[in-house]
Design a protein around this ligand. Structure first.
Ligand code: XMP
Length: 215
């Protein structure tokens, strides 16, 4: 079975629902909404099975601060495997030290190359590309809503893991990002707002499989 879904949890879910989705999920992405609603300890309890079984836990706080502050944030969230940061903050005094810190902890850094919403300005991509090249993160976040820019990012960074949000609720079609170079599709609301999350995730996996068979 295809295992290409990173489940974005931005709402408080029943742990049993999450555990039932386990086998269909490559990893989990956690952001401010969940952390602020239930706190760090409850979040750890919620995703306990995923931590225990080494599924990737990605912390999506879109870090965009000076090095010291970002390192302090990461140090509070060591249960995660990976952290997403903005690229636009630049290298010296920010991403250079963050990368070093995350490397020392044997964790992973993802940098944002573009965003999935309409207002994001890709005219800055040459600057972002330069930052990503110099920092050399583990992975990149690139949008499923803008398949041409996703394709460009894949061409520019052939060896990086690319994770792609914007599918379902934001309009991207299941499986399209995989065809345009993403390694994983980040999907949240389409699954957790469904009356039948297990049925929905099975349907999504089937759609992804059908799509990648013809792309
Ligand atoms: P939904 O519910 O829309 O969840 O399927 C998508 C998740 O991804 C986040 N998101 C982004 N994260 N770059 C990111 O790093 C983006 O361009 C982007 N677009 C959406 C969103 O916050 C939610 O957690």
């Amino acid at each position: 079975m295809l295992n290409k879904i990173i489940f974005a949890i931005d709402e408080v879910l029943d742990k049993s629902i999450l555990d039932n989705l386990f086998e269909y999920i490559y990893g989990i992405k956690i952001g401010y909404p969940l952390l602020l609603k239930i706190g760090v300890n409850e979040t750890i309890n919620l995703v306990h099975n995923f931590i225990k079984n080494d599924k990737e836990i990605i912390m999506d706080l879109k870090l965009a601060d000076i090095d010291n502050t970002m390192k302090s944030i990461v140090s509070q969230l060591e249960f995660a495997d990976s952290y997403i940061a903005h690229s636009f903050i630049g290298i010296e005094g920010a991403l250079d030290e963050l990368k070093k810190y995350i490397d020392e902890k044997n964790k992973k850094l993802y940098l944002l190359a573009s965003m999935s919403h309409k207002g994001w300005n890709d005219n800055f991509y040459p600057y972002i590309k330069n930052v990503i090249s110099k920092i050399d993160p583990y992975g990149i976040v690139a949008p499923a809503t803008k398949l041409q820019i996703l394709k460009t990012i894949r061409k520019d960074f052939p060896k990086k893991i690319i994770i792609s949000p914007g599918i379902g609720a934001q309009g991207g079609e299941f499986g399209d990002a995989l065809c345009y170079g993403a390694d994983y599709e980040i999907i949240g609301r389409s699954i957790y707002t469904s009356k039948d999350p297990i049925g929905k995730i099975k349907e999504i996996v089937k759609l992804q499989e059908e799509k990648i068979n013809v792309c």
